[in-house]
Design a protein around this ligand. Structure first.
Ligand code: BGC
Length: 740
């Protein structure tokens, strides 16, 4: 009998316990229900706590309820090393090194959506392993001027290309339970005065050029978070900008994620309450009063907000909305117990980085078939240039990394050819010997005592006897180069590199220039140099990817994601004089008078000035021939589609990949339009002699322009031209159809 009662008692105790699992922890319930339940249990103070940072990179959860903290990390090329709780200095961990993936310009140059998915997923796995819920990236600000110090973190000049490439990145990353924080929304197209540039841009340009990649990330990619930019638009900072965040992002695009401020991008409590911001980070207060012991309490969305609520000056409706969104983010990431554990520095991640790197390298020029290299026993290879040895993963601002390993171009070349060839190295020039960012040091000693003339003379002396001279130069991640918070001061190569290249070109006709940069550079010596590769910042596997292409192990297939102008004076942002590189403490209006004339949309119309290399340009070690394009119908009905097809044949002797580009031009429209715009692309792999038919389905959206008066996208009936091209300046075929 006694026994019976004990068992019954136990049974009675467990049954109510199970039934009591609070709804917010019940994984069988939909997220919306769990969010409401959690919200209902939180105190006002806990809610306020949740919408601002508690350290440089984290926001608190609700400890009492078991809702975890949310940790963010840069982004966008690798997982940043741990900093101290409240400082940018290194935390000194020994297990926080990462794989550096190629910079986003390189990813964009692959024109390969699958590689973008691989990139996002691999980086997400690294983030997940390090317990980061949000990666601060990718960036999709449009390449408006080659002076922008942050272009290397973005995906080029074309809204369609950037939009197509950002979506798989976001999806890949989020598939492993890590949120992408797409940045910097919006109109952050240069760095000088980034906190006080007020952009003035017409609606048409805004919607057609500067917004589509963000929209794609949100609508097609389903991004769980987005970062407001530092600059202003319509006189409001973009981290709490009613127009961009509430009206466009939420109302027009239906964004259901979290708006995160850029670090120090919040300026005002009232605007932060109503202007669409959810989560405040990096305010280097004075928020309202001095930083004091716990600066985070003085954030605009901390004590000042609480006080306003307590005094009855504002209600709690906006607060609850913000908390709902942050809770949703938590359920999607840290509270999703089904997400994988992630992995870090795996061979798979290195392999992904190497593949993306090699496929993003662009063969700009290859006269006389100098490339791929033909290396035999005893071939003499001379490598010249600081960028052949300088570690490029450290520097450049917030995307700076602490890597587990980084293969330099020289190491990659030595590894690939060193067993049969003689590989030697000459410095050529001295750039920046510094190798430190926020306490992460490269450990390299790049000091050099020889004067510039001597360095050139020494390189030239060796170049004369070399079978191949590989010059590896370009920009680096120092201030005023490819670096956050500063812009470049000109289009030219720094550190007297033109003189080195010219001297080498005079000494040998077997010169290969490998330009490492995230930006276009001037090449006054281009006619003297037979082969040029655009090699970006490739990260951990840089040297391997470069050697893969030099050797021909990988046939180059990258295409430029932005125009290389011959001169800065050919760039509309500079022609129309609305870029100022002068730092100012006052708000500066920058009017995008260049309008939609960004990149090829401008160069396409120029008769006299041609770009050095056009958007979409990129050569291969094989040749591709295009057949006559054809349509399935010469008329598109109002709600129909037409399909354009073209046969592409590899007529050369090597397997290779071609990026077939499809541009559309509107013959006549009520508003002026660019001659043609990219509306489709497809990377196709072809064995020698092989042909494949590539098809693109064209819908109404591809024919539309944004009508600012009607505030909607419009496709006007009439004739449209479809261009099948190997580059924006290399059209291989054209067909046209009528939209009814
Ligand atoms: C940058 C962001 C970055 C953040 C955190 C800011 O200065 O603009 O892109 O994610 O710092 O490091």
């Amino acid at each position: 009998m006694k026994m019976y009662y004990i068992i019954a008692g136990l049974a009675m105790a467990t049954a109510p316990l199970a039934a009591q699992t609070p709804a917010y922890l019940d994984e069988t319930r939909p997220i919306e229900e769990r969010v409401e339940d959690a919200l209902g249990r939180m105190t006002l103070e806990e809610k306020i706590g949740m919408i601002h940072a508690q350290s440089k990179f984290s926001s608190p959860g609700v400890a009492r309820l078991g809702i975890p903290e949310i940790w963010t990390t840069d982004g966008p090329h690798g997982i940043r090393a741990e900093v101290r709780w409240d400082e940018w200095d290194q935390a000194g961990w020994t297990n926080d090194s990462c794989v550096a993936f190629p910079a986003l310009t390189c990813l964009a140059a692959t024109w390969d959506r699958n590689l973008s998915e691989l990139y996002g997923r691999s980086l997400g796995e690294e983030a997940r392993y390090r317990n980061k819920a949000v990666v601060l990236g990718p960036g999709v600000n449009i390449y408006r001027t080659p002076l922008n110090g942050r272009n290397f973190e973005y995906m080029g000049e074309d809204p369609y290309l950037a939009g197509q490439m950002v979506v798989p990145y976001v999806k890949g990353m989020q598939s492993v339970g890590v949120a992408s924080c797409v940045k910097h929304f919006a109109l952050n197209n240069h760095e000088v005065n980034r906190h006080n540039t007020n952009v003035i841009v017409d609606d048409r340009t805004l919607y057609e050029i500067y917004l589509p990649a963000f929209k794609a990330a949100v609508v097609d990619g389903g991004a769980w978070s987005i970062m407001g930019s530092y600059n202003l638009y319509r006189d409001r900072h973009c981290c709490h900008n009613e127009y961009t965040l509430n009206r466009i992002l939420r109302d027009e695009w239906g964004f259901d994620g979290v708006v995160i401020s850029d670090w120090g991008g919040t300026h005002n409590t009232d605007q932060a309450i109503t202007g669409g911001l959810d989560l405040e980070f990096g305010t280097w207060t004075d928020g309202l009063s001095a930083g004091g012991r716990n600066a985070y309490d003085n954030y605009f969305l901390a004590a000042p907000y609480l006080e306003k609520i307590r005094k009855g000056e504002v209600g709690t409706e906006e607060l609850d909305e913000k908390v709902r969104r942050v809770l949703t983010l938590a359920y999607r990431t840290v509270m999703d117990r089904t997400r994988p554990f992630g992995s870090k520095c795996s061979e798979a991640h290195y392999a992904a980085a190497r593949k993306i790197g090699a496929e993003g390298i662009v063969l700009l020029k290859n006269e006389g078939g100098l490339l791929p290299m033909n290396v035999e026993e005893g071939t003499r290879i001379l490598v010249v240039g600081e960028n052949a040895v300088k570690m490029m993963t450290v520097g450049g601002g917030s995307s700076s990394l602490k890597v587990q390993r980084e293969i330099s171009p020289l190491e990659g070349i030595e590894e690939r050819f060193g067993n049969i060839a003689e590989v030697s190295y000459e410095r050529g020039y001295v750039g920046d010997v510094n190798g430190e960012y926020n306490g992460v040091t490269t450990g390299q000693d790049l000091r050099e005592s020889r004067p510039a003339e001597q360095l050139i003379a020494d390189a030239v002396a060796q170049a004369k006897d070399a079978d191949y001279v590989i010059y590896v130069g370009g920009l680096n991640k120092s201030n005023h180069q490819d670096c956050e918070n500063t812009d470049r001061r000109g289009l030219g190569l720094p550190y007297g590199q033109d003189a080195v290249i010219e001297a080498l070109a005079a000494a040998t006709d077997r010169l290969i220039v490998v330009n490492i940069s995230g930006n276009a550079v001037a090449m006054p010596w281009i006619d003297e140099v037979p082969a040029v590769l655009q090699a970006w910042y490739i990260g951990s596997e840089a040297g391997h990817s470069i050697a893969d292409v030099l050797s021909g192990d990988v046939n180059p297939s990258g295409k430029l994601p932005f125009t290389f102008p011959a001169r800065l004076e050919d760039v509309p942002a500079h022609i129309f004089g609305d870029y100022t590189g002068v730092a100012s403490s006052d708000t500066v209006d920058i009017e995008y008078k260049d309008g939609m004339n960004v990149g090829y949309r401008w160069t396409d119309r120029q008769k006299k000035t041609r770009p050095l290399f056009a958007f979409g340009h990129g050569l291969s070690y094989t040749e591709f021939e295009y057949g006559e394009p054809y349509l399935d119908s010469s008329v598109m009905t109002a709600d129909g589609t037409v399909t354009v097809s073209v046969e592409v044949t590899n007529t050369g002797g090597r397997a290779g990949q071609e990026v077939v580009q499809m541009y559309i031009g509107d013959r006549k429209s009520s508003l002026p339009r660019p001659l043609k715009e990219l509306k489709g692309f497809c990377k196709v792999s072809l064995a020698p002699g092989e042909s494949k038919v590539v098809s693109f389905v064209i819908d109404r959206e591809a024919l539309s322009f944004f009508d600012p008066d009607r505030h909607e996208w419009v496709a006007e009936p009439g004739r449209f031209d479809v261009y099948l091209a190997s580059a924006s300046d290399d059209v291989r075929g054209k067909v046209s159809f009528e939209l009814e």
